[in-house]
Design a protein around this ligand. Structure first.
Ligand code: HEC
Ligand code: HEC
Length: 257
C-alpha cells in the first residue's frame, strides 16, 4: 500500500509514496495520530466497538513506513526507529515538525504536534526491541566494504575523518541520550542522510558535528561506509551505550556531555 519510487531532488534521492495512495494514506495516518491531541473529540466520535485508544494504536499511523514495531521495512529509504536513544528520536521529531529536517509526509504528519506527545512517541520507540528485518545483500566489492570498515572503526586521520565508532560506539548501537545506532539501516538511507548534511537540508543543534563529519567524506567514502554499515547484523543487545562512555572527537550540540 505504501509503494515508493525514489525521486531526485537537488542531488539527493527521496522516497515518495505514489500519488494515488499519498493523500488517503497520510490523511488516515494523521487522523490516527491526532486522537491524542483531541482525545475528547476522538472519544466522542467513536462507537463503542472501536479499538482502544492506546499509544500503540495511534502509532499505527507510522507502521506503513516504519513497521509495526519501528523495526523498519524492506524499503530502502525508510529507517528503523526501534531502540534508538530517546533523546535522538525526540530531536528528529522536533526537527521534522519544525521543518529543520525535510520529508514532506513526516513534516505534514507531525505539524502542530506538541512536545509532550512527541516525547511519548520517542519513549515508545526507544524501548522496543523487535527482531531485525532481513536486509538485501549489498552489491559491494570486498575492497569497498574493507574501506568502509576502516573509516567507521578508525577514521582517516590524514584527511580529518573521525572514526564513526568513537561517537556511535564500537557495536554501532549509539550512545545515550542522543547519538543513534547505525546498524539495521539501509545503505541508501545512510547515504541520503550523509548527503542531506552535506547539502544542508538536514541540520542538528549547533555545533552540528555530523555536518563536519559528512563534509569530510568524499562520495566514494560515503558509498563505502554506507555499504559496510548496512552489511552488519544488529547485535543481540542493540541498546545504546551509557551517556559519556565514548571519547567523542568533536563536540555535538545535540549530545550533552
Ligand atoms: C509515508 C511514510 C512515513 C510515515 C507514515 C512516517 N514516516 Fe517517519 N520517516 C519516513 C522517512 C522516509 C524518513 C526519513 C526521511 C529523511 O530522509 O530524512 C523518516 C524518518 C523518521 C524519523 C527519524 C529516524 C532517524 O533515524 O533519524 C523518525 C523518528 C520518524 N520518522 C518517526 C515517525 C513517526 C513517529 C511516525 C508516525 C507518527 C512516522 N515517522 C510516520 C517515512 C515515514
Ligand atoms: C563527534 C561525534 C560523531 C562522529 C565522529 C560521527 N557521528 Fe554520526 N551522528 C552523531 C550525532 C550526534 C548524530 C545525531 C544528529 C542528529 O540529532 O540529527 C549522528 C547521526 C548520524 C546519522 C543519522 C542516523 C539516522 O538514523 O538518521 C548517520 C547516518 C551518521 N551519524 C553517520 C556517521 C558516520 C558514517 C560517521 C563516520 C564517518 C559518523 N556518523 C561519525 C555524532 C557523530
Amino acid at each position: 500500500m505504501c509503494t515508493q519510487s525514489p525521486v531526485r531532488s537537488r542531488g539527493l534521492i527521496y522516497p515518495t509514496i505514489s500519488r494515488a495512495t499519498r493523500p488517503g494514506l497520510l490523511a488516515l495516518a494523521r487522523l490516527l495520530l491526532g486522537f491524542v491531541i483531541f482525545p475528547a473529540i476522538a472519544l466522542h466520535a467513536q462507537p463503542t466497538d472501536h479499538p482502544p485508544d492506546t499509544l500503540e494504536a495511534r502509532l499505527l499511523a507510522c507502521a506503513a513506513c516504519h513497521g509495526r514495531q519501528g523495526q523498519g521495512t524492506d524499503n530502502d529509504y525508510f529507517p528503523r526507529l526501534a531502540g534508538k536513544p530517546v533523546g535522538y528520536l525526540m530531536n528528529q521529531l522536533v526537527a521534522f515538525r519544525d521543518g529543520r529536517r525535510r520529508y514532506p509526509p513526516m513534516n505534514y504528519l507531525l505539524e502542530y504536534t506538541p512536545d509532550a506527545y512527541l516525547q511519548q512517541i520517542s519513549a515508545y520507540f526507544a524501548a522496543l526491541r523487535p527482531p531485525q528485518v532481513p536486509q538485501a545483500v549489498a552489491d559491494a566489492s570486498p575492497a569497498l566494504l574493507a574501506r568502509g570498515r576502516l573509516l567507521v572503526t578508525e577514521g582517516d586521520a590524514g584527511r580529518g575523518v573521525p572514526a564513526c565508532a568513537h561517537c556511535h560506539g564500537n557495536k554501532l548501537t549509539g550512545m545515550e541520550p542522543a547519538i543513534p545506532g547505525l546498524v539495521g539501516l539501509h545503505a541508501s538511507y545512510i547515504s541520503a542522510q550523509l548527503g542531506a548534511w552535506r547539502y544542508g537540508t538536514r541540520t542538528a543543534a549547533a555545533p552540528d558535528c555530523m555536518q563536519f563529519v559528512a563534509g569530510s567524506l568524499t562520495e566514494s567514502d560515503v558509498s563505502a561506509v554506507a555499504a559496510w554499515l548496512a552489511s552488519l547484523p544488529i547485535p543481540p543487545d542493540p541498546s545504546p551505550v551509557a551517556r559519556g562512555t565514548l571519547p567523542m572527537p568533536l563536540v555535538c550540540g545535540s549530545e550533552p556531555n
